[in-house]
Ligand binder design. Structure first.
Ligand SMILES: N[C@@H](CCC(=O)N[C@@H](CS)C(=O)NCC(=O)O)C(=O)O
Length: 212
């Protein structure tokens, strides 16, 4: 595995990559194909980096960090500009609530290892159900937290979680019509370069059918 640049190296992307881009941290991506060769996340080399056998993992400042929120919070604490967690404790709580709702309450229910257990014929319905049930709650929460973005008018960690989850919803053909606030914020975020370069459909190992 190539060595990291001074900024760090990532395996897998999404929210943490948008954080790296927003904070102008130079990094190298080492793609881990979750399907090829039975899943490269199961290789001994990768397991040594992240025993959970999941992407992303970030090597930075001599340590390796797994879990998107832990990565984003480390970047925030060590490279605070621009700020991704608001100063105001109430807004900060909203940001963390939305981030947890997505990364703990939606994404894990529709990730690859769970879909394998559910079985091929049930995967689409299962994933759609997990996402719609989470998005129903999220759409309601955003009514009281959102401004231009998920919480107020500043880009935050919650927005970093939202964009990859909407991409997943599109991949699983979830009807986004009942979620006008989620759709509006996602569209606004996608106008920003950091979200364009880190979008799941534009990664070095994105399969051709998912590329945009
Ligand atoms: N809670 C973790 C979840 C990581 C996760 O589920 N990653 C997915 C890709 S987005 C994965 O590596 N899946 C591999 C598998 O399910 O085997 C985070 O937020 O980073």
């Amino acid at each position: 595995m190539p060595g990291p640049r001074p900024g760090g190296s990532t395996q897998g992307c999404g929210g943490p990559c948008a954080a790296l881009a927003l904070k102008s941290i130079d990094y190298e991506t080492i793609p881990i194909n979750l399907v090829k060769d039975g899943g490269q996340q199961f290789s001994e080399e990768f397991q040594a980096l992240n025993p959970m056998k999941q992407v992303p993992a970030l090597k930075i400042d001599g340590i390796t960090i797994g879990q998107s929120l832990a990565i984003i919070e480390y970047l925030e604490e060590t490279r605070p500009t621009p700020q991704l967690l608001p100063q105001d404790p109430k807004k900060r709580a909203y940001v963390r609530m939305i981030s947890d709702l997505i990364t703990g309450g939606i994404q894990p229910l529709q990730n690859l290892s769970v879909l394998k257990q559910v079985g091929q014929e049930n995967q689409l319905t299962w994933a759609q159900k997990a996402i719609t049930s989470g998005f129903n709650a999220l759409e309601q929460i955003l009514q009281s937290t959102a401004g231009r973005y998920c919480v107020g008018d500043e880009v935050s960690m919650a927005d970093l979680c939202l964009v990859p989850q909407v991409a997943n919803a599109e991949r699983f053909k979830v009807d986004l019509m009942p979620y006008p606030t989620i759709s509006r914020i996602n569209k606004t975020l996608l106008a920003l370069e950091a979200f364009q370069v880190s979008h799941p459909c534009r990664q070095p190992d994105t399969p051709p059918e998912l590329r945009a």
